[in-house]
Design a binder for this molecule. Structure first.
Ligand code: TRP
Ligand code: ZN
Length: 869
């Protein structure tokens, strides 16, 4: 069968990790010359190519392309005709083993709605090349193990593009007589094509200087659209702190004279670590107290650090192939988590990271798209920028820090950087360096790279005489393509508390390696209270013989703050799961225990408010759903809201007092003030559940007097969930007050789409037709539709309207931006976890999408896999 253009319609091609072969040709140098224009940019590329001595294969040179046409091809300066197109790729027959190649292409950045390759955003030109965007600019062996030294020249209209940036160092620039100007950038560090970047446009910069530990001055600049420069200070401070931290902790120094960041408003992801020229989504750069919440400030600090840290973990040592993605992403996420922990409160940061893991990664591991942190195959690599590769990838390396201890772990990373500097490495290289440098035996531990799924650990506890025996058993459910699982290495930080004294005798590290294994401890005259997986030392689910009273005990007395949080969560998870499943023996006393524990948290004067705020947050619906084989998501939602209402009523005086106390704390970015704002929000949330009228009054007052976005957004969030007259007034004010600020308008959309309001589906339909809504801006699409897709009352609405809306969105968005469209498939793919009636509706929407002939590879892969499993 052929489609209209005559290309054969074939089965989707699957790329396998096992098929890796070294590249047939290398490209030690590339010179790029851009004649810039918004809708017709001419790219002249000159490649020095040479046969790879390590290659085993063909002499043909395959240059990847995506939607490109070769305008001219030269070899060693002469026009060359011995080439042909193979699909989208250009294949050249070359007589010798080293040549200079010239290729000209012509591209239209304005027509590029996929935001991959060279595209126009708000009148400026920018690039996004990871993973396979460079082939949308010019023909090239677009794979991360081909490293080249880049020199880039660009010319364009000086009025339209006053700033011209690329990777590396600026070497020359000048004006032409015709109103155009040009700039030349050279990057001395060999890099893969996915790290290439170019930006041209009307930008202004916040400048600073960082002096490295060896005394070199680095010029720092954060480029934004004129007017936005007043909101770049926090990003700049975060950058400087990251540069210092990577020197102090990992011994990594920056390696160019310039480090530039550009913020753009149309961006598929959060940010991109292009060598010397990071490109960011504006939402991870721009902040001031009036427009950014405390959460936004934290996210900016984390993402700025993340991209900066890639300079070593990703750029100096890059990936051999895309199956190794976690080599750079998992490691860099861990590094940014460690940095943020050092900058703020380590336990609070740990709690936040575990919450993200449970909400986003655990469902991935138990669903149809489950994959190991190092996948074995893919159809479209963009679909593998997942919580598994990123966040579980970070957890896996974090376990190495637990096993080795900080000092030996850092010796391992040092060896890794030294050994593989300038190379395209593999996850195996990392593990080996960690074995050699940290002195670990990671033979069995490597299964964390191979097996998908979240291990479950069951604990049994027995006392015989004075000997305590803990018997740990691990299991892992099958995942697609992996029916049988082997035992993992699971490091569990553990403490055994004496009930009477409230003390334990020191933490132990239990390393579970077998399917079932016993650990014994002497000198006990009574069963202790078990505190296990402290600090969440392993990304697993633990079931342990800990009674509700024990959990209340741990929530109050555990000296590990994460364990306190975990005990509180467990207490609530057990109650809510029991309530949904209808298996609670004594619902009232279970609820009373939660009320008592939460009351104690509210009263505990020794707790700081940041930590208190964490302890007050109920377990998320996605995590609760993971605890149930199959459940009606609206039941989970209702039970969770029911508990919230009960806690709101039972502890009403305490919530009122908390809200009043925190309202009196003046705005600052100090931890105490941030903690007060977090608690203030929680107080309003509980009050809204218990006494909507009182909460609406308080929220409106908080909204009207707010001096900062944290307070204002929290108040509006609460109002959005209520059908109070204050709701519409505040929403209209918010929209008008921040008119023209895209990031704040995104908040306006997502607060409504994510709200507790029972009419949310009607609101969302109206918002999709709002003049400010557009499918071409990924932030706006996510603000409205991702908020809705995770809102049980909307997405899982009886009758399937929510599923239909998301499927409609996927079909409409796919031709515009397949990468972003594919991100909406996983919510529909969770059909096995919901009741049969809903599962049928979800599947039929997936089938409706699958029936569409022209789907992107991105959406096609996700939909097919979601239906198969
Ligand atoms: N490498 C980027 C990071 O720091 C991720 C990224 C940026 C990305 N742009 C992308 C991933 C586009 C997929 C598509 O994590
Ligand atoms: Zn990254």
């Amino acid at each position: 069968m052929n489609d209209l253009s005559g290309t054969p319609v074939s089965a989707p091609s699957v790329i396998h990790r096992a098929d890796y072969r070294p590249p047939a040709w290398l490209v030690p140098e590339i010179a790029l010359d851009f004649a810039l224009s918004l809708d017709a940019t001419r790219v002249q590329s000159t490649l020095k190519v040479q046969k790879n001595p390590a290659a085993t294969e063909t002499s043909q040179l395959r240059l990847n392309g995506d939607g490109l046409e070769a305008k001219a091809v030269t070899v060693d300066g002469q026009p060359h005709n011995d080439w042909h197109m193979d699909g989208a790729d250009l294949v050249i027959d070359l007589p010798g083993s080293a040549h200079d190649l010239g290729i000209e292409t012509l591209i239209d950045p304005t027509a590029n709605t996929q935001l991959s390759g060279l595209y126009a955003s708000n009148g400026l030109l920018c690039t996004q090349c990871e993973a396979e965007g460079f082939r949308r600019i010019t023909f090239f062996p677009d794979r991360p193990d081909v490293l080249s030294v880049y020199s880039v020249r660009m010319a364009g209209d000086k009025a339209r593009f006053p700033v011209l940036l690329s990777n590396g160092n600026p070497v020359a620039s000048g004006d032409n007589a015709d109103g155009t100007h040009w700039a030349q950038w050279n990057d001395p560090w060999p890099k893969p094509s996915y790290l290439f970047a170019l930006v041209a446009g009307d930008l202004v910069a916040n400048h600073d200087v960082f002096t490295t530990r060896s005394g070199r001055a680095v010029n720092l600049a954060i480029y934004v659209r004129p007017g936005d420069e007043t909101r770049t200070d926090h990003a700049m401070h975060s950058l400087i702190a990251s540069m210092k931290w990577d020197e102090d902790v990992y011994g990594r120094e920056y390696d160019l004279d310039d480090f530039n960041i550009v913020a753009v408003s149309d961006f598929n992801a959060g940010a991109m670590e292009n060598k010397g020229l990071n490109i960011f989504n504006t939402r991870y750069i721009l902040a001031d107290p009036e427009t950014a919440t405390d959460g936004d400030y934290d996210a900016i600090e984390g993402v700025v650090a993340h991209e900066y840290f890639h300079n070593w973990s990703g750029n100096r040592v890059t990936c051999r192939d895309w199956f190794q993605l976690s080599l750079k992403e998992g490691f860099t996420v861990l590094r940014d988590q460690q940095f943020s922990a050092d900058r703020g409160s380590p336990p609070v940061k740990r709690i936040e990271d575990v919450r993200i893991l449970r909400a986003a990664q655990f469902p991935e591991d138990s669903g149809p798209l489950a994959h190991p942190i190092r996948p074995d195959s893919y159809q479209e690599i963009s679909n593998f920028y997942t919580a598994t590769v990123y966040n579980k990838g970070a957890e896996v390396i974090r376990m190495m820090t637990v096993l080795a201890g900080r000092e030996r772990y850092l010796k391992g990373t040092e060896l890794y950087f030294d050994r593989h500097d300038g190379e395209a490495a593999t996850c195996e290289d990392f593990v080996k360096a960690m074995e050699d440098g940290a002195g670990l035996d990671l033979t069995q531990f490597r299964r964390w790279y191979e097996q998908a799924g979240t291990p479950k650990v069951n604990v049994e506890m027995a006392l015989q005489g004075s000997t305590l025996t803990l018997t740990l058993t691990q299991t892992m459910a099958p995942t697609p393509g992996q029916p049988v699982k082997l035992p993992m290495v699971i490091p569990l930080r553990t403490a055994l508390f004496d009930r009477a004294s409230g003390q334990h005798r020191g933490e132990e590290l239990l390393v579970l390696t077998e399917a079932s294994q016993s650990f014994t401890f002497d000198g006990f005259d009574a069963l202790p209270v078990l505190s296990i997986n402290r600090g969440f030392s392993a990304p697993v689910e633990v079931t342990a013989p800990v009674t509700a009273e024990d959990l209340v005990f741990l929530a109050r007395h555990d000296d590990d703050p994460f364990a306190r949080y975990e005990a509180m969560q467990q207490l609530i998870v057990r109650y809510l799961v029991g309530a949904v499943a209808g298996t609670l023996a004594d619902a009232d006393s279970a609820r009373d225990a939660i009320g008592a524990a939460m009351g104690a948290i509210l009263d505990d004067a020794a707790l700081d408010d940041l930590m208190r705020g964490e302890l007050l947050i109920l377990p998320g619906e996605a995590y609760l759903a993971e605890q149930l084989v199959r459940a009606d998501p609206t039941r989970i939602f209702a039970e969770r809201e029911g508990l919230k209402r009960w806690l709101g009523e039972t502890l009403k005086d305490k919530w009122l007092a908390l809200h009043d106390r925190c309202l009196a704390v003046p705005y600052s970015l100090e931890a105490a003030a941030r903690g007060a704002r977090k608690c203030k929000t929680q107080a309003l949330v509980y009050l809204a559940a218990a006494d909507p009228a009182e909460a609406a009054r308080r929220a409106k007052a908080q909204y009207d007097t707010a001096t900062n976005m944290t307070d204002r957004q929290a108040a509006l969030m609460v109002l959005c969930g209520l059908n109070a007259p204050e709701r519409d007034v505040a929403l209209a004010d918010f929209h008008a007050r921040f008119d023209g600020n895209m990031l704040v308008t995104d908040k306006w959309f997502s607060l409504q789409a994510g709200s507790l309001n029972p009419d949310v589906t009607e609101h969302v339909k109206a918002l999709a037709a709002h003049a400010d809504f557009t499918l071409t801006n990924p932030n706006r699409v996510r603000a409205l539709w991702m908020a809705y897709a995770v809102n049980a009352q909307g997405f899982h609405k009886a009758g399937g309207e929510g599923y239909r809306l998301i499927a409609d969105l996927i079909l409409k968005l796919d031709p515009i931006n397949g990468n972003v469209a594919a991100r909406f498939v996983p919510p529909l793919g969770r059909w096995k976890k919901v009741d049969e009636a809903r599962a049928t509706l979800m599947r039929s929407e997936l089938e409706r999408i699958a029936a569409e002939p022209g789907l992107s590879r991105d959406v096609r892969e996700q939909v097919t896999k979601s239906l198969e499993a």
